[in-house]
Design a protein around this ligand. Structure first.
Ligand code: G
Ligand code: G
Ligand code: MN
Ligand code: NA
Length: 254
């Protein structure tokens, strides 16, 4: 069976789940937010990561449904956590290129937010650098429409694409995510430290918050803090957690 057929069946059968990975404020150690990461829970294969199906979902057009489901589920989760008495959690959600190119993103997101009763100010939509650069005026227009609802944006995988700094300045974004590859290479002699420093320096001047991805060791953490990076996400703090474990994680912090 072709992958996109399997994916469609899985979507109909409710076999997708969101995992949540905590993001930590490096200055205070407090929770800064979580990133929702989709998983396909297949009865035979177990949890299948997005690297194995996002492309097929994009190519088949299924990503529009899957993406809407993801935003809706992330919104519902913020409401469930609120009902448990937890403080509002910033919820990052990844948008795919195709979702962002679709005409209805603004209306869809707006209606999902209204129907779920989520607070749009908790939502932080992540778009990759390459997606944001495809049609810059249009990207800015859609971002501004959603900004009008109180939704914020982050540029994901920053440093791996070719965004002009001039364009970056005109995007209504407040957050950059430093790509994991730079964190991995941060402590090696001749590694990525100069690049990370430059990104942090630029972000500081532009008033952008920075999240470093893929932080796996205490040494990386210490270095990032020393360089003035605001937030970190990675296995050092926590793997992406299924709902029940993420809820337990948040309850422990309260
Ligand atoms: O979950 P994992 O750590 O394997 O994620 C791998 C990649 O898949 C991430 O870089 C992320 O950009 C992408 N991804 C995860 N969840 C989603 C999602 O809900 N929608 C889209 N479009 N991409 C996602
Ligand atoms: O949105 P993005 O594509 O960056 O999603 C983050 C991806 O990176 C997810 O697939 C997540 O499981 C993975 N990830 C998160 N933390 C770490 C980490 O510390 N190390 C590695 N190798 N992968 C991580
Ligand atoms: Mn991301
Ligand atoms: Na990323």
């Amino acid at each position: 069976v072709e992958l996109h057929v399997e994916l469609r069946k899985a979507l109909d059968a409710g076999r997708f789940e969101l995992f949540y990975q905590p993001q930590t404020d490096l200055r205070t150690g407090a929770l800064a937010g979580v990133e929702a990461l989709v998983r396909w829970n297949d009865p035979v294969k177990g949890y299948v990561p997005p690297s194995e199906f996002i492309r097929a979902a994009e190519e088949s057009g299924l990503i529009e449904r899957l993406g809407e489901w993801t935003i809706e589920e992330a919104c519902r989760q913020t409401v469930r956590w609120k009902r448990l008495g937890l403080p509002p959690v910033r919820m990052s959600v990844n948008l795919s290129a195709r979702q962002f190119r679709g005409e209805d993103l603004y209306r869809n997101v707006r209606s999902i937010v209204r129907e779920t009763g989520a607070d749009p100010r908790q939502l932080l939509l992540e778009i990759t650098e390459s997606v944001s650069m495809q049609d810059v005026p249009r990207t800015i227009r859609i971002m501004n429409e959603l900004r009008g609802e109180g939704i914020r944006f982050a540029i994901d995988d920053f440093g791996t694409g070719y965004s002009s700094l001039q364009y970056l300045r005109s995007f209504p974004v407040r957050h950059l995510k430093i790509d994991r590859s730079f964190v991995t290479d941060l402590l090696r002699a001749g590694g990525s430290e100069p690049i990370v420093k430059s990104i942090l320096d630029m972000a500081g001047h532009m008033g952008l918050d920075v999240v470093a991805e893929g932080v796996e060791t205490e040494e990386q953490c210490r270095k990032l803090r020393q360089l003035g990076c605001g937030e970190a996400q990675g296995f050092w703090y926590s793997r992406p957690l299924p709902e029940a474990e993420a809820t337990a994680f948040l309850c422990k912090l309260k």
